[in-house]
Design a protein around this ligand. Sequence first.
Ligand SMILES: CCCCC/C=C\C/C=C\C/C=C\C=C\C(=O)SCCNC(=O)CCNC(=O)[C@H](O)C(C)(C)COP(=O)(O)OP(=O)(O)OC[C@H]1O[C@@H](n2cnc3c(N)ncnc32)[C@H](O)[C@@H]1OP(=O)(O)O
Ligand SMILES: Cc1cc2nc3c(=O)[nH]c(=O)nc-3n(C[C@H](O)[C@H](O)[C@H](O)COP(=O)(O)OP(=O)(O)OC[C@H]3O[C@@H](n4cnc5c(N)ncnc54)[C@H](O)[C@@H]3O)c2cc1C
Length: 624
Amino acid sequence: MKVAWAGSRHAVEVADRMACLVASDPVFRKDTRTMLSRKELFKDTLKKAAHAWKRTVELHLTEEEANLLRLYIDQPGYVDLHWVMFVPAIKGQGTEEQQKKWLTMAYKFQIIGTYAQTELGHGSNVQGLETTATFDPSTDEFIMHSPTLTSSKWWPGGLGKTSTHAVVYARLITEGKDYGIHGFIMQLRSLDDHSPLPGITIGDIGGKFGSGAYNSMDNGVMRLDHVRIPRDQMLMRLAQVTREGKYVHSDVPKQLLYGTMVYVRQTIVADASRALSRAVCIAVRYGAIRKQFGSKAGGPETQVLNYKTQQSRLFPFLASAYAFRFVGQWLKWLYTDVTQKLESKDFSTLPEAHACTAGLKSVTTSATADAIEECQKLCGGHGYLNSSGLPELFAVNLPACTYEGDNVVLLLQVARFLMKTVSQVASGKQPVGTTAYMGNIQHLMQCKSVVNTVEDWLNPAAIKEVFEARALRMAVNCAQNISKAPSQEEGFSELSPDLVEAAVAHVQLIIVTKFIEKLQEDILGHGVKEQLQKLCGIYALHLIHNERLGKLYAQVRPNAVALVDAFDYTDHYLGSALGRYDGDVYSALYKEAWKDPLNETVVPDGYQEHLRPLLKQQLKLSRL
Ligand SMILES: CCCCC/C=C\C/C=C\C/C=C\C=C\C(=O)SCCNC(=O)CCNC(=O)[C@H](O)C(C)(C)COP(=O)(O)OP(=O)(O)OC[C@H]1O[C@@H](n2cnc3c(N)ncnc32)[C@H](O)[C@@H]1OP(=O)(O)O
Ligand SMILES: Cc1cc2nc3c(=O)[nH]c(=O)nc-3n(C[C@H](O)[C@H](O)[C@H](O)COP(=O)(O)OP(=O)(O)OC[C@H]3O[C@@H](n4cnc5c(N)ncnc54)[C@H](O)[C@@H]3O)c2cc1C
């Protein structure tokens, strides 16, 4: 099962090696992270990042190994933005010459980059950004400027205190005309003393939700006051400005400007499955250790994992973790395929790639955030302690519903793609890829489900048909209602809640389909495929209705702990007293409690000033 989860034996081996490297290195300790002040936490993040880079160089780690090392350190920081957004933005939007110049420095960490798109006034509406980049032909420079308060860059990770450079998105103005949003490479801080360059005001935007968690990241604010940069720092793969100031657009779709977001959304699906699997791992292992109540006859107490209510709340998450993992592996393939096509100037699959990445990012991160919260409840009171690992896991993953595109905004993009596809089907065009099922419209609009029993839900063809019929009917229903509205725009707006539901149904169909396709592969190991079939059934059935699932849960229960062990997480990475591999939960919880700064003294700080006078006074009063 470990191989099925990781994707290959090689993937298991590299992941194990990197996870152990991190777990055995004292610099990467994180057990007291939630007790650090913001300043201490930030400094700790700088220390870990520098140490990780040192180890990467010393051990000559490959890119794959270095990425895993960063992942297992498990502390958001400026390096994430550098590798996940700054480098890909230059790769995707820079010319070969620009890539050579900037990536050479970025790969060696001679510069640290971030991705500065969002502003105080606009995030979702990228075309509404206000920062300007006005070309000055007299000096061959762009003047970068924040004309209003709301145009202040706001949120970019690493911007606050760390980044030396950024890809900054701004409205390109040349020859008096506004050509809309484009990317520019800007140096922000001196490479000598790290002070902001003239005209740049920069800082951190302040503390965020939860202890520890995303507070390790210095999300930043930046104002630009007529800062000049050379013309060749405009990312010029998609469009150029000539020496004379003439705007020239390449023969590529302008949506490629959004390419970095497509790339990152794809990686976020993998992050979501990992976060969900961590929460499930903690809740399942703890559920096997925790006992409450026994039989009336005085028998042994029951493991809480054996309660049917616990299973019906928890096992759909276990199934979802596997489902998201497999769809994430497929999405990575899809992204690679699209990238290769784009390189040979085939842009035909770009809209589908956008819809798939946006939709899957949205559905998997929302489900994951909800599931982590529920796992906390599934662990009872102990789940609410920081030492359970769950509060921090929740706080770190909650913003994934917002960053890289608000989940509702992204689902509306999927809906727009679906409405276009429905209208193309109506005019006789055969849809392809993930919307190919819409070509079977006659049958899917009328067919009746043959699913009656739990066993039917293990029949892939039956499952697929139910999900296809559901998704298609919801999409067609929306399209019909939009066509009755006074205008397309009004109809879309009025029906947006239904459109979001239709988009979710389409995305869930993709997830179910990819799970089924996974089951058709050669899967090694005795009983592995059978367990995955049951999980696929649970994932599909719990989305439609909750009846008849008990039988499947009972079949999964004997292997539940093994199914989470297959995630192959070290105790260090899991970071949970409740989810420990050895099950020694109570000693761990007890030990963790004594690490709290409040326990540094027996009598607390503040006793002399506040508690003692109060108690004394009350005592005096009572004697009067
Ligand atoms: C413990 C360790 C933790 C480690 C964490 C590591 C990594 C985590 C990674 C990141 C987290 C940290 C950083 C986060 C960074 C950010 O958040 S960066 C900012 C991201 N911002 C957004 O995502 C903004 C969302 N908004 C948009 O994407 C667009 O503005 C929107 C699509 C909503 C609207 O676009 P707009 O052009 O205004 O309007 P239209 O709807 O008219 O679209 C025009 C056409 O373009 C198509 N399209 C839109 N987007 C794309 C795309 N990405 N790719 C391809 N095509 C796209 C759209 O479908 C329209 O097409 P048609 O005209 O219909 O054919
Ligand atoms: C932790 C974190 C890290 C981030 N890192 C970065 C970074 O490194 N670089 C960067 O540039 N940005 C970053 N961001 C910003 C992030 O990308 C934006 O916050 C995100 O794109 C959402 O935009 P917004 O904040 O403007 O939300 P808004 O668009 O203002 O959303 C507010 C509400 O309005 C709704 N809404 C908005 N538009 C519509 C619509 N058309 N139809 C229906 N409902 C709508 C949304 O669903 C939401 O409920 C980060 C954000 C967070 C939280």
